[in-house]
Write a protein that binds this ligand. Sequence first.
Ligand code: NAP
Length: 320
Amino acid sequence: MKSIRVAQFGEPEEMQLQEVPKPVPAPGQILIHVKAAGVNPVETYIRSGNYARLPVLPYTPGSDAAGLVDAVGEGVREFEIGERVYTSGSLSGTYAEFALCDVAQVHRLPERIPFPQGAALGVPYATAYRGLVQRGSAVAGETVLIHGASGGVGTAAVQMARAHGLTVFGTAGTEQGRQLVRDQGAHATFDHHAPDYMTQILSRTGGRGVDLIIELLANQNLGQDLKALAPGGRVVIIGSRGKVEIDPRDAMAREADIRGMVLANAPASERAAIHVALGLGLEGGSLRPIIAQEIPLAEAARAHRAVMSAGALGKIVLIP
Ligand code: NAP
């Protein structure tokens, strides 16, 4: 089978398409015939060697995919060959024609969801749900700011927050991005490059502030976030690419919470809850992943450059 392999950490071009043996599932494992694989920013950090946990070289990147069950290992009764599924993790990597998964990493993909959309679920939708519901404690009637709403996690969070009955504000760096965010249900959008946009957000709440901020770039925004919170407000940090200065008095005055999250920390019971909720949202139509670009697997390097570029418009996926 064809698979992207990384022999040493470095530039996107370290990702090379190679012919490798097709894996055989052991007991409790499933082999997925990958129809689309999701590209997440974390895969660029790992490929460059700048991440806390690095794989043993050589390796195949990727944890998100959607496709068909190709083979099941002994003892697997949950899935049948030919079933449509998506993954939330992989033992062998998903930038490939076939991906080996543990049975707990595989979830049914509703008929109505095409494979590229299915490849947008594992990290982005699960992260949005954990950020908004499990860590953010979002409650209907509250106001949430999705700070970085135009990308894979942001568009998911906007759709989810709307379905949960929140008033939703979202930011994006381009007019096209802001239009996309409004199309996903945001009540108001703001330009995170405009010098006064946090003031605009505050005045949109009548000066009270927002109850919850889902933060995708904390190293730029956390200091200002704390000033835009309502009393008892929460910031959930999902993304950060460096250090930031804050004034702790902003949190004290509002009795505000700063809550971090990393999806991989979610315990098994909470992961299971996430995928039950995603399944319901996909079936019901409130969750509709947005695909910005479908890129051939052989051009994985282009996909890694694209996911780190400004002007996000949803999710980038690779097609084997
Ligand atoms: P993405 O699809 O590349 O989207 C990036 C988003 O960040 C876009 O909406 C982009 O908006 C926005 N952005 C750019 N400049 C910003 C600014 N100054 N303020 C606020 N937002 C800004 O990436 P993603 O998959 O959504 O992931 C977003 C971040 O979350 C990444 O850093 C990723 O590593 C992290 N993440 C963390 C977890 C976790 O478990 N903690 C899980 C998934 C992702 P424009 O392009 O319109 O400017």
